[in-house]
Design a protein around this ligand. Structure first.
Ligand SMILES: Nc1ncnc2c1ncn2[C@@H]1O[C@H](COP(=O)(O)OP(=O)(O)OP(=O)(O)O)[C@@H](O)[C@H]1O
Length: 241
């Protein structure tokens, strides 16, 4: 399997806190990987280092075969705009511009031309064709998150990182968003890495990494939600379901 992102002995410290402790792993192309673990176990830190948002204290992070560990902030920003998509719990759409403009904004910031055919395919897939000229506040939470997913995919990134993408959604909208993320992987060959607290969400991924104390303590292939819940409870936390 080709690695989209590789971490080699990555450590991230915040003062005395070791948020990531010599983590080595790879995210394979075309897989949907969930990251779970108790609060404070290092999930967000892993995501931030793997997505070139934050540099590691030590170790190497490769995006494709490019070493981003010691890149300047400016070069990391350029690389992220072209190669990495982000989906956040709170959507992070700009409220004063249309959905259409939100979707194409990162492309324009990266100096890339929108691929009209690709964008139309994505917009149709998420069912937002009639909503493109509305502002985010005129859409439901689920629709806003689907717009954020189109925005994340607009530049055909190598990998999409999603941080609790269903955390603010009702059950039905959350299920739609998870189905969409899975289809993007299965149908379009995208690579998705998703941090979640919810074993049922993680069960939609191909693989689940379980973190504890800054380390990856398990890599589970298509685990049942009940097994994940038991594993997490053993790590000292009652999972939210
Ligand atoms: N910017 C920061 N400054 C100081 N400490 C930090 C910072 N970011 C994270 N930490 C610490 O690093 C550790 C890992 O945090 P991280 O946010 O990665 O955990 P998490 O598993 O994502 O937690 P949660 O599920 O609560 O979001 C925690 O002890 C946290 O307090």
């Amino acid at each position: 399997m080709t690695a989209v992102v590789t971490l080699h002995e990555v450590t991230k410290r915040y003062g005395d806190v070791v948020a990531l402790d010599e983590v080595s792993l790879m995210f394979p192309r075309g897989r949907f990987v969930a990251v779970m673990g108790p609060s404070g176990s290092g999930k967000s830190t892993l995501l931030h280092c793997a997505a070139a948002l934050d540099p590691p204290t030590s170790g190497v992070v490769l995006i494709g075969d490019v070493d981003v560990s010691r890149m300047s902030e400016t070069r990391r920003t350029e690389l992220r705009r072209k190669h990495i998509g982000f989906v956040f719990q709170s959507y992070n759409l700009l409220p004063t511009i249309s959905i259409q403009d939100n979707i194409t904004l990162p492309l324009r910031l990266a100096g890339l031309r929108p691929d009209a055919g690709w964008l139309a395919e994505l917009v149709d897939r998420v069912g937002l064709r009639e909503r493109l000229h509305h502002r985010p506040g005129e859409l439901s939470g689920g629709q806003q998150q689907r717009a954020a997913i189109v925005r994340a995919l607009a530049a055909r990134p190598d990998v999409v990182f999603a941080d609790e993408p269903t955390g603010a959604l009702d059950l039905r909208s959350a299920a739609q968003v998870l189905t969409l993320l899975r289809e993007l992987v299965d149908d379009l060959g995208q690579t998705v890495v998703m941090v979640t607290h919810d074993p049922n969400s993680a069960a939609r991924a191909h693989d689940t990494l379980v973190m504890a104390d800054g380390k990856v303590v398990d890599v589970l292939n298509a685990p049942a939600p009940e097994d994940l819940a038991v594993r997490l409870t053993r790590l000292g936390r009652e999972p939210v379901s």
